[in-house]
Write a protein that binds this ligand. Structure first.
Ligand code: GDP
Length: 599
């Protein structure tokens, strides 16, 4: 547990304010101890700020500071021990040398990502590895015209963005696979957004060119609509026709990847002690914890003492993607390592330390921090924080992910939003799409420090949970004006109007029935108050709020109605939510603007 500095009276402040040093994250119980009051008192104070906490829940520094100041304390943040580990990564590179590019393959499902990765690997094995047995270790390296390229062989943008969400920048170039017989599809668009959000250049591989009746111009047009304009049309997107099946166009694709990479002038110092990132990790019954790491700086060698995520170890052996033992791994090389104390996660960083003792104590510190962090801070990132960040010069961009019920609403909303950007902050809509807000959207928001805006849609249960646990702000709107006004307020630093919540009624779910092709509606009994169409609702299951949304449709005997009163039954539909269960309680409420001048 985090140790806490004692409380000091501050003579400078004339004794009226007591000074206190508190850590970045602490539990309600610890905070109570430091402030010399009971836990219940802290819980009550937090409730004034609409934060429902229990004793073991963690609060972040800002929240703790507010409570402490209510009790007459002045607080400063205690530096966290993690600072040390980070600084070891900031070693100056004295001797930067060119390094191979690291490439991720993305694209819509079934467009041939896996097949393309296989074809590339088979046709361009590193000469020294020929005859070796191909091992899946999460990445492989190939050689083309004496130059190397590293491919991450977990295709898809989910893995890429999950790593980025953990703070790891792994990819230099993204290959976007588009099947020539299918064209640009939803996941193609997602992949483009993900690569763009990460600032990674895209090379298009137009796959399945062996199929009959391919219309290449149609796909070029579709890609241009997504902002990927090919060179012959005056853009700068490299576009290579290939057939993964026939192994055609592969060397052309690789040459083009090298050209794009050359512009990036990728360099790293091989003389440093190594650091990098975990690509894949697992537990082997006989060998113990295994991890594939990508060396990003320095040279990794057997015998090195490493901290990997919150595990540590002395590297017993290293293997390449042909299953061969290797004596060193230079920048951009993936190797599987043996000898770790625990299994790290993909996206964790690794750092080599000068000795075992240091590695071990750093790993132990990280474990303690993780324990504390598991008790998540309960104050999520809010749109309201944006202006504070802008003012502090911390935010230059506001990243938004826009999801709507129908494709047709995207353009007008995006246009209005983009007009809101100011000289100080650029407003970037980094991804748009129609349908429910998914876990992929939450991941993208997390990785890009963005906010999700939903119009006439709602998160899936999984996405909602993930957003809550990771503190991603999802804002739902049914009226365009409200949506635009809220974002504008955040950008201009105007205070959000204060709303008071008024519960309007409750209903019990008694039956589930189909409503349309994919949708399910709930048959409910209004037990008190009333339900109104468009009312904000919470769906409560076993005392837990599983969904916050609004009523999209309200029906009695097949007729759309505006409201339903106590004692009556009706059907309730919620956009993007299909998981009503008998016994769920729907709480309907509205938000009334509070007139602050009346106080
Ligand atoms: P992924 O989901 O993007 O990884 O796609 P896969 O690599 O699994 O390929 C999906 C399907 O398309 C498989 O049946 C492949 O055999 C097929 N496929 C992949 N590339 C080609 C190609 O170049 N030509 C043809 N005709 N089929 C291909």
């Amino acid at each position: 547990m985090t140790r806490i500095a004692g409380r000091k009276d501050s003579p400078a402040k004339g004794g009226s304010q007591r000074q206190l040093e508190i850590p970045a994250l602490l539990t309600v119980k610890e905070l109570a101890g430091m402030l010399g009051v009971s836990g219940v008192e802290i819980i009550k104070l937090l409730m004034n700020y609409r934060i429902m906490a229990n004793l073991n829940q963690a609060v972040d520094f800002d929240t703790a500071a507010v409570v402490a100041s209510d009790l007459g304390y002045e607080v400063v943040e205690k530096p966290t021990p993690q600072a040390e580990a980070i600084s070891s990564k900031e070693v100056k590179e004295e001797n930067p040398q060119p390094r191979p590019p690291v490439v991720t393959v993305m694209g819509h499902i079934d467009h041939g990502k896996t097949k393309l990765l296989d074809a590339i690997r088979q046709t361009n094995v590193v000469a020294s590895e020929a005859g070796g047995i191909t091992q899946h270790i999460g990445a492989y390296q190939i050689e083309v015209s004496d130059r190397k390229i590293t491919f991450l062989d977990t295709p898809g943008h989910e893995a890429f963005t999950a790593m980025r969400a953990r703070g790891a920048k792994v990819t230099d170039v993204a290959v976007l696979v588009v099947a020539a017989d299918d064209g640009v599809m939803p996941q193609t668009r997602e992949a483009i957004s993900h690569a763009r959000a990460a600032g990674v250049p895209i090379v298009v591989a137009l796959n399945k060119m062996d199929k009959p009746g391919i219309n290449v111009d149609r796909i070029k047009q579709q890609l241009a609509e997504e902002g990927l304009v090919i060179e012959e049309w005056g853009g700068d997107t490299v576009f290579v026709p290939v057939s993964a099946k026939m192994k055609q166009g592969i060397s052309d694709l690789l040459e083009n990847i090298l050209v794009v990479a050359e512009i990036l002038e990728l360099k790293a110092d091989p003389d440093l002690s190594a650091s990098g990132v975990v690509i894949e990790a697992g537990l082997d019954k006989t060998k113990g914890a295994l991890a594939t790491v990508l060396v990003q700086k320095g040279t990794l060698k057997p015998g090195d003492a490493v901290v990997v995520g919150d595990a540590w170890g002395k590297i017993k052996a290293m293997f390449n993607d042909a299953g061969k033992r290797v004596k060193k791994a230079e920048p951009s090389t993936p190797v599987k390592i043996l000898g770790l104390s625990g299994v790290p996660h993909a996206g964790d960083d690794f750092v080599v330390f000068t000795n075992d003792r240091e590695a071990r104590s750093t790993a132990e510190k990280r474990q303690q921090e993780k324990q504390l962090r598991l008790l998540k801070p309960i104050r999520p990132v809010k749109l309201d924080d944006v202006y504070a960040q802008i003012k502090a010069g911390q935010a230059k961009d506001l990243n938004l992910i826009l999801k709507t019920d129908v494709q047709g609403s995207i353009e007008p909303i995006r246009d209005s939003l983009q007009r809101l950007g100011t000289d100080e902050v650029r407003l970037k809509v980094i991804h748009t799409g129609s349908g429910a807000i998914t876990e992929g959207d939450v991941l993208l928001a997390l990785a890009s420090k963005g906010i999700i805006v939903g119009f006439h849609t709602a998160p899936t249960v999984g996405a909602q949970r993930m957003a809550e646990s990771d503190g991603v702000d999802i804002r739902l709107y049914n009226i365009i004006y409200d949506l635009i006004a809220d974002i504008e307020r955040a950008l201009k630093g105007m205070k959000e109007p204060t709303y008071a919540e008024v519960v309007e009624g409750h209903a019990e779910v008694r039956a589930i029935f189909a409503a349309g092709r994919h949708a399910k509606a709930a048959g409910v009994y209004v037990s008190d108050g009333l339900l109104r169409r468009n009312a904000l609702i919470r769906v409560i299951r076993s005392k837990e709020v599983i969904l916050q949304s609004s009523i999209a449709s309200l029906r009695r005997f097949k007729d759309d109605v505006k409201e339903v009163a106590t004692g009556l039954e009706c059907g309730v539909g919620v956009d993007g939510f299909n998981q009503f269960a008998v016994g769920d309680v729907i709480e309907a409420y509205r938000k009334d603007k509070v007139d602050e001048s009346a106080h």
